[in-house]
Design a protein around this ligand. Structure first.
Ligand code: HEM
Length: 413
């Protein structure tokens, strides 16, 4: 078996976590082993096939399989996560997705930009004053949590508790399904906390029905009143946004910083012109794709090109590798200013394309523009950083940084 395929299995067996060298590994995988098959499992890394399967009706998203203890101790959570819109049958998925698509309208997002800039300014104030921070804990983690709270319309007094519960849900997911060794992860949400959280969200929806508001919970309350989704589905959607919109953005922001620190000339170009933020973010998440894999379950025996899939096969779509496929991206490991912003699969492709992509890009733009003149750089070598053990998120778990001195300060020296 080719060495690259053996490495892939070592990753899946968790004997070798992804780390600083993830891009080199994924680029080699896409080039040398674009299709790997092992028993009932496939790993697809070639860009063309990944995008083709993302739009193929025979490859719906796989429902997670939770470990026995989680099924026993937290059945409500398992029910929720095993029934989110993404893993429902195609028609149901489309019905629910169309409700959310409306909620992420360009108008609503544009109206959020000023609020996101405020959150960014608040989070940066202390780190910029000190000249240092632990980027993941101080900035990249609280930023998407607060942005999601603003998007949904969670009252400020409740935000810390709701964020803590959202983190508990992610810890539960990491422990019970991704089986992620995550020593610093806090405790998983308990069954009682999860029940309370559902009640809280249901209460917020009821409040919006009584007093309509132009936030995302208000939008879902309206959709519920219009008969487009049930009360439970509305609650599930709010919880889903907390599950999909936090870790992903945290990883994307941390990876962007890593990409910039590896390429000082790109950091200098951004420092000189904040308008480059969007392009920097797009290339950064292509090079170090935050959500490395998607997962699909084959519904019935079928063939795609020369490949014969069997009903029940699991198909792993390696977005992180497809983004480095040399057949699609010339010089895949190079940061290139002339690459189109769209076209990479960091946000997926087709039927399940990320609904929060524009919000995530706006959040990154706001942060990069706010610090472009004082870009933080890692204060420890990348090879020494602890990286997340997760297969899904190849990203540093901790990222201590220092901020370049403000111009006035450096001029005074
Ligand atoms: C940079 C940050 C983000 C990345 C890299 C990312 C990545 C992805 C990817 C790869 C998928 C498709 C998964 C697949 O096909 O298997 C996806 C789906 C999704 N994302 Fe994101 N995401 C990000 C941020 C967000 C945010 C901020 C939200 C919402 C607040 C969000 C909500 C969703 C939802 C709801 C889906 C499922 C769509 C469906 O089932 O139709 N994401 N995301």
């Amino acid at each position: 078996m080719a060495e690259i395929v053996q490495r892939l299995w070592r990753h899946f067996a968790r004997q070798e976590p992804f780390g600083k060298d993830a891009p080199g590994f994924f680029a080699e995988l896409a080039e040398r082993a674009p299709v790997v098959r092992f028993d009932g499992m496939w790993v697809i890394s070639g860009y063309d096939l990944v995008t083709r399967l993302c739009t193929h009706p025979g490859f719906p998203m796989a429902a997670p399989v939770f470990q026995e203890d989680v099924r026993r101790d937290n059945p409500q959570f398992v029910r929720f996560f095993s029934g989110t819109m993404s893993v429902r049958a195609a028609e149901e998925h489309q019905r629910l997705r169309s409700v959310l698509t409306g909620a992420f309208s360009g108008r609503r997002l544009a109206a959020l930009r000023g609020r996101i800039d405020e959150v960014v300014a608040e989070l940066l104030a202390e780190p910029l004053r000190r000249g240092e921070a632990e980027f993941v804990a101080d900035i990249a983690t609280p930023l998407p949590a607060r942005v999601t709270a603003v998007l949904l319309g969670i009252p400020p007094a409740d935000r810390d508790l709701v964020t803590a519960r959202a983190t508990g849900m992610m810890n539960q997911l990491a422990a019970g399904f991704l089986a992620e060794a995550h020593p610093e992860a806090g405790p998983p949400i308990t069954a009682a906390e999860f029940a309370e959280l559902r009640e809280y969200v249901a209460g917020q929806l009821a409040r919006r029905r009584a007093e309509p508001a132009d936030d995302l919970i208000g939008h879902l309350a309206q959709a519920q009143q219009d008969g487009k989704l049930s009360a439970d589905e509305a609650v599930d959607m709010v919880l889903l946004l907390f599950m999909t919109g936090l870790d992903t953005v945290t990883a994307a922001l941390a990876n962007t910083l890593v990409v910039l620190s590896e390429r000082p000339e790109i950091a200098a170009a951004l420092a000189a012109d904040e308008q480059r933020a969007d392009r920097v973010f797009a290339e950064a998440i292509r090079l170090r794709t935050p959500v490395a894999f998607g997962s699909r379950q084959v519904t019935h025996d079928l063939s795609v090109g020369t490949l014969d899939f069997k009903a029940g096969d699991t198909v792993i779509l390696a977005f992180a590798a497809a983004n480095l496929d040399p057949r699609k991206f010339a010089e895949p490991l190079e940061f290139r200013w002339d690459r189109p912003i769209t076209g990479n699969v960091a946000f997926g492709h087709g039927s399940y394309y990320c609904l929060g992509s524009a919000l995530a890009a706006m959040t990154a733009q706001s942060l990069l523009q706010a610090v472009h003149h004082r870009l933080p750089t890692p204060s420890r070598p990348l090879a020494e950083l602890p990286w997340r053990q997760s297969l899904a998120f190849p990203t540093p778990r901790v990222l201590p940084v220092t901020f370049a001195p403000a111009l006035a300060e450096s001029g005074a020296r």
